[in-house]
Design a protein around this ligand. Sequence first.
Ligand SMILES: NC(=O)c1ccc[n+]([C@@H]2O[C@H](COP(=O)([O-])OP(=O)(O)OC[C@H]3O[C@@H](n4cnc5c(N)ncnc54)[C@H](OP(=O)(O)O)[C@@H]3O)[C@@H](O)[C@H]2O)c1
Length: 219
Amino acid sequence: MKIALLGGTGDIAEGLVLRWSRVGHKIFIGSRSDEKAKSIASEYNDTLSKLGINSRIEGMVNADAAIAAEVIVISLPYEHSASTIRQIQSSFTNQIVISPVVPMVKKGKAFVYSPPQHGSAALEIREALPKTVKLVSAYHNLPAKELRKIDHVLEYDVVICGDDEETKNVVKKITEEMPNLRALDAGPLEASMMIEAITPLIINLNTRYKPQEFSVKFV
Ligand SMILES: NC(=O)c1ccc[n+]([C@@H]2O[C@H](COP(=O)([O-])OP(=O)(O)OC[C@H]3O[C@@H](n4cnc5c(N)ncnc54)[C@H](OP(=O)(O)O)[C@@H]3O)[C@@H](O)[C@H]2O)c1
């Protein structure tokens, strides 16, 4: 598939770009800076080429990446997600959009979930997007540090929510192409707050138990 990552130069995007490239997807790295996106795309193509993997990663500004794609990941900090989407509104038509976005703040030594008045980042992002796109919430609980080690098998679950079954099936498929992630459907987008809220807990545990990289696995 053609997959774009807005803010694709950042931490969570790296592992997704490398792992999806490895299984043959065409990737568009979006950025505020065309130059930065091209430089990161070239770096990732080089990394994969050294592993004998023929990748198709291109860098461009966020608006062009979104137009070019069938699936768009909002890999942007919470604070800049809705505003960036509004700035590039005309790039969204009927694509699948994935939100891994987590709103959180630091209270003393710990991160805590800090949802917007909409209830969750996903619901705020839904309001910023045109009604024609299909939004799924996923990947909140994956640690970027583990995801970017592309030879590491990830024994984690990815909980997803969304309002369209067919769209969730596509997201499940591209998720499970990354060994050994298992996608679990937690129901409608309204349930996203519960997945988003687990992330600060995981970060606090990962800080305390370094170099352990916890995520979630339902048993
Ligand atoms: N990191 C993780 O382990 C992890 C795990 C699960 C979920 N998440 C979620 O995934 C999202 C991205 O996280 P991340 O850690 O990858 O973030 P990040 O590396 O801090 O930032 C991602 C990209 O956002 C762009 N950006 C920064 N400031 C911006 C602004 N003012 N306006 C527009 N774009 C801006 C930058 O791209 P350019 O400079 O190229 O424009 C940057 O490379 C977050 O919502 C986070 O909650 C992260």
